[in-house]
Ligand binder design. Sequence first.
Ligand code: ADP
Ligand code: MG
Length: 356
Amino acid sequence: MANISNFRKNIAIDLGTASVLVYIRGKGVIINEPSVVAMDSYTGKILSVGKEAKKMLGRTPGNIRATRPMKDGVIADFNSTEKMLKYFIHKSIGKTMIRPNVVICVPSEITQVQRRAVMQASKLAGAYKTYLIEEPLAAAIGAGVDITDAGGNLVIDIGGGTTDVAVIALGGIIINKSLPIGGDECDTAITEYIKGKYNMIIGERTAEEIKINIASAYPREDDNLFEVKGRNLINGLPVHVFVTSTDISEAIRHPLDQIIRTVQEVLEKTPPELAADLYERGAVMTGGGCLVPGLDRKLESKIGIPVNIAEGPVTAVVRGTGKALSWIDKLDSSEMGEEGGRRRELEERERLRRSI
Ligand code: ADP
Ligand code: MG
């Protein structure tokens, strides 16, 4: 007899502070959009999600509010998160009556309450079953690290709102630290720098654009000029200036130093045997924030360990989360009675979380 679970889709979601990615096995990464929701503030109705909503950030008329529902890696606005998930789940699987199984990665340091909030939002958004896996494990799997290895591996994920540093061995997290600073803090630092140096106000998106175009962890020899448009702080009139990447490297030095400091702290606490492995194998970086040119070299020079950027650093976490999908197939086919199934589900979920 045909079993409904044969038709049930399994999808992996990276619910980030900056972007949401969705992966389906066999299809790859099918969604990569900003985690932004635009809402009518009078009616509470969602107007747009993702790319469309991001265009509205910072330029919305009075009645429209464009917000990021995730902050510091966790849900800051439950209602918008649920709506955003519903939109992306629907966009990924299209019209179907069969609800999908969903695997979502979450930061390793979040509380039980925050975990439950993610599970609940996913359920309300239309998931059949939801499984959570810890982000550093997902990042490592996606970066091609064999996480079941007894030797240690150092994984650094720099997202929009957070940086997660973890040492992984034998399928688990040995030590980790999460810093509420990531790529977005660099944008803020650029905004502040330009305000201080040129008396000029720029928007959030302009700051990110400057970063993506000319930021560098070191002052650059081939220093090129980049035109920046904004508003004069005193008289409010439109102005433009030219900034250099050396300016911007100065601007973002502080947040980058904080990230480097966090990696150093994790290394200081790593057990000696594992630390020796790390020196041999090097560290791997994932997340959009690691793409600032020269950050890998700067980090390397500060920690004395080779630092590599994962292949496809932005999609590594969701691809790693996607690999956990194979566990779900096994789980579905091994389910029997309702109670046994429930118990097994809990056990599997715990195993999934702990020991991929
Ligand atoms: P999250 O997991 O929090 O959703 P991402 O891994 O998508 O975050 O990373 C988003 C951050 O990466 C943002 O701060 C973004 O500005 C930054 N970023 C993306 N591309 C680049 C780039 N080419 N250079 C520098 N920063 C980048
Ligand atoms: Mg991320």
